[in-house]
Ligand binder design. Structure first.
Ligand code: PLP
Length: 383
């Protein structure tokens, strides 16, 4: 068992892992099996059926739990299934407070799936935590936030929101996909549950879709174990292996993402074709102080408003070549996307306008290529 006293990088490489006793294999084997032999009925060697538990998945679950400073980890088939698994904690009549510019797919799931079962959702701009107070109801059971938010990179004070949630008798769940545990650990700030789309920085190579849930609470750990198994949206053994392999380099990748993101944000901020840059690491970000206090780095995501209109923005998006025009984020390769037409197209236009997700907003997932090549690519696409 690894201890939390060991450094992040050490745990990223060793937590959940032990030398395989039969052969001495140094990496965790991929246990491609659906079931496990029992010496006598009802007695097993720790595993009985791979939906309930698989040694490869268990190794990744222990590792991600350790990195998020929790004791219970669950790996799911996607970030979306991680969300759906957490929502199983609720029942008809319960109320959820969410931050307003939530990941589009999460909003779709809340509004189109769970609302049908009589769970109510309020969307609130939580960049000022006190704005939560007037939305709290007797039946508020869960507060669901992302920080920084997507795609506007607004920050939410996790500690302040957790205190308000707990005073109201609600759990706080934080989608930590954008920062990864390397830069931000919500459980240490008072959150009850943290979730990831491991598709993004955790897997980090744009080669799988996955999710993870971590808690440090015994009761939540027990409930989430039950729901993960009962719902059955578990991560495949092979993808669990890929996540376990990728997370070993999370620290060095995040450092490189951030280094390049700072360079890109500064470059764009000085460019005459750019109206405004959104990046928590810039002194111009309205919550730069909170970013510095709450996170140990600023991440690899940069959003910007271009000058002009949709046609100039389209030209820029079609003109990049080191950056790839694609949805998703968090991989080693740089991506750029247009939230209004791509990731957030499922939101009603009125909601997009209200939030500021307009025609000229682009979102960059800055990869770990050479900084000079990224800046040169932006330069030629903007000119
Ligand atoms: C991608 C993403 C999700 C959904 O995860 P999938 O793995 O695509 O199901 C949830 N939250 C955030 C912030 C994301 O970026």
């Amino acid at each position: 068992m690894q201890s939390f006293e060991e450094g992040f990088e050490t745990r990223a490489i060793h937590a959940g892992h032990s030398i395989e006793p039969v052969t001495g294999a140094v990496t965790t084997p991929i246990y491609m099996t659906s079931t496990f032999a029992q010496p006598t009925p009802g007695e097993h060697l720790g595993y009985e059926y791979s939906r309930s538990g698989n040694p490869t998945r268990a190794a990744f679950e222990a590792c991600i739990a350790s990195l998020e400073s929790g004791r219970f980890g669950f790996a799911t088939a996607s970030g979306s299934v991680a969300t759906a698994t957490i929502l199983q904690l609720l029942k008809t009549g319960d109320h959820v407070i969410c931050c307003d510019d939530l990941y589009g797919g999460t909003q779709r799931q809340f509004n189109k799936l769970f609302a049908r079962f009589g769970i109510e959702f309020s969307y609130v701009d939580l960049s000022d935590p006190s704005s939560m107070d007037e939305h709290i109801r007797a039946n508020t059971r869960l507060v669901w936030i992302e920080s920084p938010t997507n795609p506007l990179l607004k920050l939410i004070d996790i500690e302040a929101v957790s205190q308000r949630a707990h005073a109201a008798g609600a759990w706080l769940a934080v989608d930590n996909t954008f920062m990864s545990p390397y830069f931000q650990r919500p459980l240490e700030l008072g959150a009850d549950i943290v979730m990831h789309s491991t598709t993004k920085y955790i897997a980090g190579h744009s080669d799988l879709v996955g999710g993870a849930i971590v808690t440090d609470d015994d009761d939540l750990g027990e409930q989430l174990a039950f729901y993960t198994n009962a719902l059955g949206g578990i991560q495949s053994t092979f993808d669990s292996y890929l996540c376990l392999r990728s997370v070993k380099t999370l620290a060095v990748r995040m450092q490189a993402h951030e280094r390049n993101a700072i360079a890109v944000a500064k470059y764009l901020e000085d460019h005459p074709a750019i109206d405004r840059v959104l990046f928590p690491g810039l002194a111009s970000h309205p919550q730069h102080e909170l970013a510095t206090r709450q996170m140990s780095g600023y991440g690899g995501m940069v959003s910007a408003y271009l000058k002009g209109g949709i046609s100039e923005t389209r030209k820029f998006l079609e003109g990049v070549s080191v950056f790839t025009l694609a949805e998703s984020l968090g991989g080693v390769e740089s991506l750029v996307e247009h939230p209004a037409l791509m990731t957030h197209a499922s939101l009603p236009a009125s909601v997009r306008d209200e939030l500021g997700i307009g025609d000229t907003l682009v979102r960059l997932s800055v990869g770990i290529e050479s900084e000079a090549d990224l800046l040169a690519d932006l330069d030629q696409a903007l000119s």
